[in-house]
Design a binder for this molecule. Structure first.
Ligand code: 5GP
Length: 172
């Protein structure tokens, strides 16, 4: 793809099995509740679509985006959550992310969301690179832990491309 070579590392079949497993865990854990899923665009759009169809609960979904803007010299580069059109006050929230790498994005998102006073927040990620984590994060739902490699496909991109593949590929 473009100037790089990738090879299949997680097949469509394995992804489907893991998505079904995680969806069953959420369905079991949230029985009797009506969670709000917050899917973080762009990378999570495929995962969120598959996950939600396997979750057997009354639920809502909002697609949010993290917008970077230049802050003042003291605040540095701040990332703001945009597009959240569901009131999460007093609601159980499940963040749906494509991949957690250093965890800094997720830690910042948690901090911001706590300001909206949700009942609870859980993290659900398709992929996690445990060796790269720089912050302590309680990741309740994870489809697969992977090594510190660059991956594309199934929603994840390389320079905008590759989001539309059924398998996940690793840069070789
Ligand atoms: P973190 O703040 O956890 O370091 O970064 C998470 C974000 O970095 C993900 O949402 C994703 O956009 C990007 N990212 C991290 N690792 C990869 C990777 O291997 N492939 C792709 N396509 N994006 C990645």
């Amino acid at each position: 793809m473009k100037d790089k070579t990738f090879s299949v590392s997680i097949t469509e079949q394995e992804i489907r099995q893991q998505v079904q497993r995680v969806a069953a865990e959420i369905t079991r854990d949230y029985e009797g509740r009506q969670p709000v899923f917050l899917a973080v665009l762009n990378g999570s759009f495929v995962f969120a679509a598959d996950l939600l169809r396997e979750v057997d609960l009354p639920c809502e979904i909002s697609f949010v985006k993290l917008a970077s803007y230049e802050g003042t010299a003291t605040t540095g580069n701040v990332r703001e959550i945009i597009g959240m059109n569901t009131d999460i006050t007093g609601r159980p929230v499940i963040i749906v992310e494509d991949i957690v790498d250093t965890g800094l994005t997720m830690a910042h998102m948690l901090d911001t969301l706590k300001g909206h006073n949700p009942q609870s927040i859980d993290i659900c990620t398709l992929l996690l690179k445990p060796s790269k984590l720089q912050v302590k994060l309680d990741i309740k739902y994870c489809c697969k832990e992977i090594p510190d490699d660059f991956v594309v496909g199934y929603g994840l991109d390389y320079d905008g491309f590759g989001r539309n593949t059924k398998d996940i590929y690793t840069l070789i």
